[in-house]
Design a protein around this ligand. Structure first.
Ligand SMILES: C[S@@+](CC[C@H](N)C(=O)[O-])C[C@H]1O[C@@H](n2cnc3c(N)ncnc32)[C@H](O)[C@@H]1O
Length: 336
């Protein structure tokens, strides 16, 4: 997530960068995985420290340019892969001692400013929202899924109060013509009579569609599981999130793997008493007032981290059951 106040076209402000650095301490060297390379803000900072190595991932091929600049500068210390972070296990990391795996979720300033990607309600024409390595677009979702499916996507992925009305109006409108970005914004504005002057009427529906199109729920869940597998004892997972749904999943994952007792009274008590993760600070770390004033969208950022307690590879987690109601919604894409 990046600031709309940044004047330069492709400038990105890496969020909570100093806090990330103080958690992962690159000054002592080591190998780090940057799961969301973006404009390379985190990777570049870490590479400033000698004896560090970065393995960077990003699903968006528009990050190639920045990645090749870093590759030229740090030939032996920088590796880049165009992969989704749910595919971390494709990296074959069993023999690597990874010091930390970092995630900065969501989209970058250059992605939201790229109107062809259609992430913003200021975009024009065909709906898109694909960040990279996608199977379908927002146009497919809006023009093909059923009223009930659309309603649930807006309600659960966007917490949109008018989800029912918006879904109904989409169906009425698409019986007349194919819906594009401008049409969708108009439908939402019409359905939402009460204006909120702080946020655009379409913010929640656009967030919901972006999450659905990019399968962000399963990406996050499998990203967390596979990152935990990839680390050895002492390895750190640090993750910056931007909305409550993401934070809820991260918080649950860290909490459930750092407690010896089962945290759900409906789940059987774990057989092993072993704590898998150590969560040093229970509350999320937030950006300073100075950072928020310099980069307004950082105000919704939350940073959580956990340290792996032992050298296990496989581990028990009920995260897939816990968030199955969201994964089931994500699976509506099978109907496309
Ligand atoms: C907020 S930006 C990261 C910015 C970066 N930390 C920096 O300082 O330049 C998020 C990036 O993550 C990428 N991304 C989002 N979801 C992803 C996923 N599931 N797998 C890989 N990359 C992803 C996006 O394409 C975007 O480039």
């Amino acid at each position: 997530m990046c600031a709309t106040i940044i004047p330069e076209k492709y400038m990105h402000y890496p969020v909570l960068l100093n806090e990330i650095v103080s958690i992962i301490s690159p000054q002592y060297g080591g190998t780090f995985i940057d799961c969301t390379f973006g404009q390379g803000g985190y990777s570049s900072k870490i590479l400033e420290f000698p004896n560090t190595k970065i393995i960077a991932l990003d699903r968006d091929t528009d990050t190639f340019k920045k990645a090749s600049e870093l590759k030229k500068k740090f030939t032996n210390r920088f590796i880049y892969k165009n992969l989704k972070f749910s595919q971390l296990t494709n990296l074959k990391l069993k023999n690597e001692n990874i010091k930390a795996i970092i995630f900065d979720l969501g989209f970058s300033y250059s992605q939201i400013k790229d109107l062809n990607k259609g992430l913003s309600f200021h975009s024009k024409g065909e709906l898109n929202m694909k960040m990279g390595l996608n199977d379908f677009s927002a146009s497919d979702v809006i023009n093909k899924l059923s009223e009930k499916e659309l309603e649930k996507i807006f309600k659960f992925f966007g917490e949109e109060k008018e989800s029912k009305k918006i879904a109904k109006n989409i169906i009425l409108e698409r019986n007349k013509k194919k819906i594009n970005t401008e049409n969708l914004v108009q439908i939402i504005e019409k359905a939402k009579k009460k204006k909120n002057y702080k946020t655009h009427s379409a913010t929640k529906v656009f967030q919901a569609l972006r999450i659905f199109v990019n399968k962000e729920i399963s990406e996050l869940i499998y990203g967390l599981i596979n990152a935990t597998k990839a680390l050895k004892e002492g390895g750190i997972i640090a993750i910056v999130s931007f909305h409550s749904l993401e934070d809820k999943i991260i918080k649950y994952f860290f909490k459930s793997l750092s407690e010896e007792k089962s945290i759900s009274r409906y789940m059987p008590k774990r057989t092993s008493n072993k704590k898998y993760l150590n969560v040093v600070i229970k509350k999320p770390i937030l950006p300073s007032t100075k950072e928020v004033s310099e980069n307004i969208p950082s105000r919704s950022a939350k940073l959580r981290y956990a340290i792996k307690k032992c050298n296990f590879y496989n581990f028990e987690t009920d995260i897939l059951d816990k968030f199955n109601y969201l994964l089931e919604i994500e699976n509506y894409s099978n109907n496309l």
